[in-house]
Design a protein around this ligand. Structure first.
Ligand code: 5CA
Ligand code: ZN
Length: 413
């Protein structure tokens, strides 16, 4: 499907440092040392509702990865999916008496607008599950031929993945089996389904059911399972495994990223599927994780409609470290608007405090696992210093504005 419009990225003098990121699979902050191009897959939305601040925070995180790689001189290949067919979408359409296709298209269109407003660089390939059915079927066929998948014989023709065929199964999330089973049950899995070889085996292909959409295929009519969708799209559009970053929110650590990685590893024989598994923390509201199922949502589009500057939303969502679970609040928004105004006031002057130290500091802090709190603190100090006798540099207002835009996606002029 169509991605969103390109976003202008100013060039910053000099070259940025190599990005180091925390990897869930090793539990360490390690250099990313990407290939050429740097290859990143980030799990996209299930478009049954508008983009909320939790989604936004996750995509902003990976936007910083993209920006830091570019600043270090890398070309970046970025792929993101849209889960435009899955149970939650069908359930919402049913609840509202809507057509699931129309619902998915409308929410995806709104997501594009929100991402553009937040100055998130668009993925090179923005790919729906529906348009990927042929690749997904091909992947499931291969797993069946390789003996890594099996079809249930209960008349449903549902196809499952046999997790025991991946020798590295579990190495992404590093959870024990009891934890895996609990998350599997909670996040779309079916540990108690009769006829499976292992309770954790995930669905690859759901045979057609009365009243549900399905696509004809060599597997029989049906629709894709969730994890194979991301494995097939990533392998197709990033040209194979050993990608640099597989990203998403921390709720995808298990089962989704473990299962996608297992599918991709068995399909390609390459381990690991991703050199870094990167997970953003959960944004909360009123003391709970913001989630569509809980209904405690603050929508990006609502804030935009209220006239809130998306740059302030960006600051608010990144003012604590991306890996921490963190709350959104009206106070946080107000403080972020105030911060933005102070930075912009300094960038609007004829002279300001010198640019080089603050730009070096932003680059240094972001390259260390995206330490946005410290990068923002550097801008706070620069804006404060710019109101003192240190504000003598004529080039600084423009240079710092360029750097804030290029590295943080926050335009100051
Ligand atoms: N379509 C799948 C991924 S293939 C999916 O999880 N869709 S989603 O719409 O539920 O979430 C989209 C992205 O936002 C995922 O990366 C998810 O981890 C992230 N996300 C969801 N809720 C939050 C939250 N409260 N805070 C931060 N990130 C969140
Ligand atoms: Zn995914």
């Amino acid at each position: 499907m169509e991605s969103w419009s390109p976003i202008d990225v100013p060039t910053v003098p000099g070259r940025g440092p190599e990005l180091r990121l925390y990897d869930t699979a090793t539990g360490e902050v390690r250099p990313t040392a990407p290939g050429d191009p740097a290859r990143m897959y980030v799990c996209g939305i299930t478009p049954y509702d508008a983009t909320h601040l939790g989604h936004a925070a996750t995509y902003l995180t990976f936007d910083l990865v993209n920006r830091m790689w570019r600043d270090a001189g890398h070309r970046v290949a970025y792929v993101q999916n849209v889960t435009d067919i899955d149970d939650p979408l069908l359930e919402r359409a049913e609840r509202d008496g809507a057509d699931w296709v129309v619902l998915g298209m409308a929410e995806t269109a709104l997501f594009r607008e929100d991402m553009e407003a937040l100055r998130v660089l668009p993925p090179d390939h923005f790919v729906g599950a529906v348009e990927s059915v042929p690749e997904i079927v091909e992947a499931v066929e291969k797993l069946l031929v390789d003996g890594a998948a099996y079809t249930l014989t209960d008349g449903t023709a549902d196809v499952y993945f046999d997790i025991s065929t991946d020798p590295h199964f579990g190495s992404e999330s590093r959870y024990d089996e009891a934890t895996m089973l609990a998350y599997f049950a909670e996040r779309g899995g079916d540990p108690d389904r009769a006829g499976k070889r292992h309770r954790l085996d995930p669905l690859l292909w759901r045979g057609a059911r009365e009243g549900e959409p399905s696509w004809p295929s060599s597997l029989g009519a049906g629709r894709p399972g969730w994890h194979i969708e991301c494995a097939a799209i990533a392998l197709r559009y990033l040209g194979g495994g050993n990608i640099d970053v597989q990203g998403g929110g921390s709720d995808l650590r298990f089962p989704h990223h473990e299962m996608s990685a297992a599918h991709a590893e068995v399909l390609t024989g390459q381990w690991p599927f991703a050199r870094h598994y990167v997970h953003a923390g959960m944004i909360g509201w009123d003391g709970e994780k913001m989630s569509k199922s809980r209904g405690n949502l603050v929508f990006v589009s609502r804030l935009r409609g209220d006239g809130v500057d998306p740059a302030a939303v960006r600051i608010g969502l990144l003012s604590e470290h991306y890996r921490s679970d963190r709350p959104w609040s009206n106070d946080l928004l107000a403080a972020s608007q105030d911060r933005l105004a102070r930075w912009r006031a300094a960038a609007a002057e004829d002279t300001a405090a010198p640019a080089a130290p603050v730009i070096a500091r932003i680059r240094d802090r972001l390259s260390d696992d995206l330490d946005t709190p410290a990068a923002f603190a550097a801008l706070d100090r620069w804006a404060d210093d710019s109101r003192t006798a240190a504000a003598t540099d004529r080039d600084a207002p423009a240079l710092v504005a360029q750097a804030a835009d290029a590295l943080l996606g926050i335009p100051l002029r």
